[in-house]
Write a protein that binds this ligand. Structure first.
Ligand code: SF4
Length: 155
């Protein structure tokens, strides 16, 4: 991903994190939201978000199931820093649903503007579709990610 494009997407993430924090939705830390079929939802994301996620996420095995995220381990996210918008915005707190929809709408609109600006086209699909289409299951693990991957490997 081009550095200037990455910067723009990260700015969208930062704005979303601030907007979500302002709403302070309740999280029960059940991890169910990352087990998609069990929880009854699908995580959609743009190609930008998938590219950014795969820059630092741990390696994973293809084919990826539609049922759960391959980056959840023992109920925790192993790709937290680069997790996509849906993971940043989604909470099961019923009182937050309207705000969640509004934050999502604004953020996705910003990503579409970025797509136009960089003339990339717009690819928006479920997580497993984009992970299965990725040429390599993992790209350039950072040293921190490598260490966490090693920790996972020995568990
Ligand atoms: S990237 Fe992290 S937060 Fe998002 S679905 Fe996967 S494990 Fe859950």
């Amino acid at each position: 991903m081009k550095p200037d494009l990455r910067l723009k997407v990260l700015e969208v993430y930062a704005a979303v994190d601030v907007a979500v924090a302002a709403e302070a939705p309740r999280c029960d830390a059940s991890g169910r939201c990352c087990r998609f079929t069990e929880y009854g939802h699908t995580l959609f994301l743009s190609q930008f978000e998938a590219d950014l996620l795969l820059e630092t996420a741990p390696a994973y095995t293809q084919p990826v199931s539609r049922d759960f995220c391959p980056f959840q381990a023992e109920g925790l996210c192993t790709a937290r820093d680069s997790r996509p918008l849906g993971c940043r915005i989604y909470f099961c707190d019923a009182s937050y649903q309207d705000k969640q929809n509004a934050i999502t709408e604004v953020a996705v609109a910003k990503l579409k503007v970025i797509a136009d600006e960089f003339d990339t086209g717009w690819n928006y699909a479920p997580l497993h579709v984009l992970l299965n289409a990725a040429e390599r299951p993992s790209v350039q693990l950072s040293s921190a990610s490598r260490e966490s991957r090693i920790a996972l490997d020995v568990l």
